[in-house]
Ligand binder design. Sequence first.
Ligand code: FAD
Ligand code: FES
Length: 259
Amino acid sequence: MLKYVTAKIKSNEKIASGIYRMELYCPDADLEHFIPGQFAHVKVPDHPELLLGRPISLNAVDAKKQTAVIIYQIKGKGTTALSKVNEGTVVESVIPVGRGFNLKVSDKTVFLVGGGVGIAPLLTVIKKWPDRHYEAFLGYRGEEFAYCHNDFGACEAINIASDDGTIGIKGLVTAPIEQRLKELVPDVVLSCGPPPMLRALKALLEPLGVEAQVSMEQRMGCGFGACATCVCGVRGEDGLDYKKVCVEGPVFDLYEVAL
Ligand SMILES: Cc1cc2nc3c(=O)[nH]c(=O)nc-3n(C[C@H](O)[C@H](O)[C@H](O)COP(=O)(O)OP(=O)(O)OC[C@H]3O[C@@H](n4cnc5c(N)ncnc54)[C@H](O)[C@@H]3O)c2cc1C
Ligand code: FES
């Protein structure tokens, strides 16, 4: 079962079209052992009919100040209600949860690849492992949906692409990745984003044999392994197998998952 703690909302602000940033004060959460890629399971306050917590990646964690930040896009009932919650409200959350990204000592050059709200969890990687060469590849629908792109300053390069060309280059974020791979093949690629982006990324990287990890933002139910809502297909020994994203993920080997 999930262990819920109470967290107090310090701020809950709109930062882009349909996208909100919520900072939580959570003194009872084990933030010391946070691993980038882990998420928060947040119950929507004052909506008892919304029984299930909503899984949202952690965008920033400060163990000393006991704070955690999530960035979420309005999708349905839960995230709409969350966007209306005021500062000071107490929310029940499980923070942090899940299997996160892993960088080996030998992973010196790292590409961070994110699309839409999938960009949110990537910043914590730089904070945890600051001694690496990072290059960021960020894809947005357009400028009005762009957030956090100014926070990747620690990267050697920041490549932005958007569907409508209002920010960065017009087109898919995989275009600058394809170009850059002609000059530099990184030790590892860490990614999070919509399935079409992940499929295109996999197609680029697999022939080069580049190690890659992906955080899967699968639809979730219970969040603790009981309902199988969150299963994703993975390569098994005898063909397709299934894994539960809530307890075995959300981070997987990019080549293991069926996209
Ligand atoms: C590991 C993980 C990390 C995520 N990180 C982020 C993030 O950083 N920012 C962000 O905006 N979104 C993130 N998502 C997606 C987010 O959880 C959904 O958009 C959200 O749960 C939708 O809830 P809703 O009530 O508004 O939508 P509804 O469609 O009304 O939700 C109904 C039910 O489906 C579940 N659900 C619906 N869509 C998803 C989905 N894509 N993923 C998981 N459960 C879903 C809800 O939790 C709820 O139980 C993440 C998902 C996962 C699994
Ligand atoms: S969400 Fe229920 S098993 Fe994963």
